[in-house]
Design a protein around this ligand. Structure first.
Ligand code: FAD
Length: 322
């Protein structure tokens, strides 16, 4: 799918600079070579009228891959954290996998978020993805009483973690944050994105998950730039299976990323939905294969609660249920 120059640049990057070697830490401090690539699934709290049998099939189907953790999104559609908490409770009682709750500043005031963090810890959550959330249409900040940036939420979660230190035994909460290989729509420059990620690391983020991206090179370039800027936490690529142009365009709008011409052209050359699916999944497979060849430590799959598509993509990449 990539042009000649890009491909050869990428193979040079992959061959001469696997991601581990981008660490500038002295040899002895480097992490040992990873035994296996981490795998995590992002899930959406189901609607009230969700088909129970399908939901059970989804959870069991994803669990069969023995994921390292399951992350549950939070949005207005599912009553913000109400839906997230309920789904996490279900996952915790039906699987043995650690769960991570997405928590966005947009979900409530600082006081409300504090209560939610405590409630989620009470219900067994030991990890969060700390987010700002998208600003309401036409607004350039959140209302008074709301935290304005993900960095402030990180600080709040670490404070509540300290309150609960005795209950968490020796453990800490695992804190993840978002980052953007293709830039965040509101950031004036890529440097601001790097500075923000460095702040997140400084304020206690343990790892970062990326927004979707359409070219493996965007991720690899970003990974290299973040390492050179001093980011040492793991950066995990967020993978969106591309199943149709309509879906890709929708996801592009939601995440503020333009669909590149080569992706659009590939879809537009298709004659029906079946061909679009095949072409899209091949592009997604190529991205994952390139990342695996470059030595990424983990894959985070945006499942959109679609087991068939997730399983198909993983199978094309040689990853089968355990
Ligand atoms: P921030 O890191 O706060 O950044 C927001 C903007 O402000 C950026 O442009 C940044 O450069 C700038 N900025 C940050 N700090 C400062 C500062 N101190 N001074 C000046 N500028 C600053 N959204 C949901 O609502 N629910 C979800 O479940 C959800 N899941 C997601 C999962 C992943 C893996 C990702 C990548 C995104 C997810 N999102 C979700 C979307 C996310 O909320 C949006 O991308 C949002 O627009 C930005 O969130 P953030 O945490 O990156 O914000």
């Amino acid at each position: 799918m990539q042009g000649g120059t890009e491909s050869s640049r990428l193979s040079r990057l992959s061959a001469s600079a696997p991601l581990d070697s981008l660490d500038e830490a002295p040899e002895a401090n480097r992490r040992p070579r990873r035994a296996r690539t981490a795998l995590s699934f992002e899930m959406i709290p189901p609607r009230h009228d969700a088909d129970e049998a399908k939901l059970t099939e989804l959870i069991e189907g994803l669990a069969a891959y023995n994921p390292d953790y399951l992350a549950v999104t939070s949005s207005r559609r599912s009553g913000w954290l109400e839906g997230t908490a309920k789904f996490i409770e279900r996952l915790s009682t039906t699987t043995n996998f650690p769960t991570i709750a997405h928590l966005a500043c947009t979900a409530g005031t600082e006081e409300e978020l504090s209560e939610w963090i405590r409630r989620l810890i009470d219900s067994g959550v030991r990890g969060f993805l700390a987010l700002r959330g998208d600003l309401p249409e036409g607004e350039d900040h959140l209302p008074e009483g709301y935290l304005q940036y993900a960095t402030q939420l990180l600080v709040l979660i670490r404070e509540i973690e300290e309150e609960n230190a005795y209950r968490l035994a020796a453990g800490k909460l695992a804190l993840s944050v978002a980052c953007y290989p293709s830039g965040h729509a509101e950031s004036a420059t890529p440097d601001l994105d790097l500075d923000v990620l460095l702040s997140k690391q400084r304020l206690g983020a343990d790892f970062a998950i990326t927004q979707l991206f359409f070219d493996a090179e965007d991720f690899l370039r970003f990974a290299q730039e973040t390492r050179m800027a001093g980011v040492r936490i793991p950066i995990i690529p967020g993978i969106m299976p591309m199943t149709s142009l309509k879906r890709v365009e929708r996801m592009g709008v939601l995440s503020g990323i333009e669909v590149p011409a080569h992706v659009r052209d590939a879809f537009e050359a298709c004659s029906d939905a079946e061909e679009e699916y095949e072409v899209g999944m091949q592009m997604s497979t190529d991205i994952v294969q390139t990342l695996l060849d470059a030595g990424v430590g983990g894959l985070h799959i945006y499942t959109h609660n679609n087991l068939a598509v997730t399983a198909d993509l993983l199978s094309r990449c040689g990853i089968e249920p355990k």
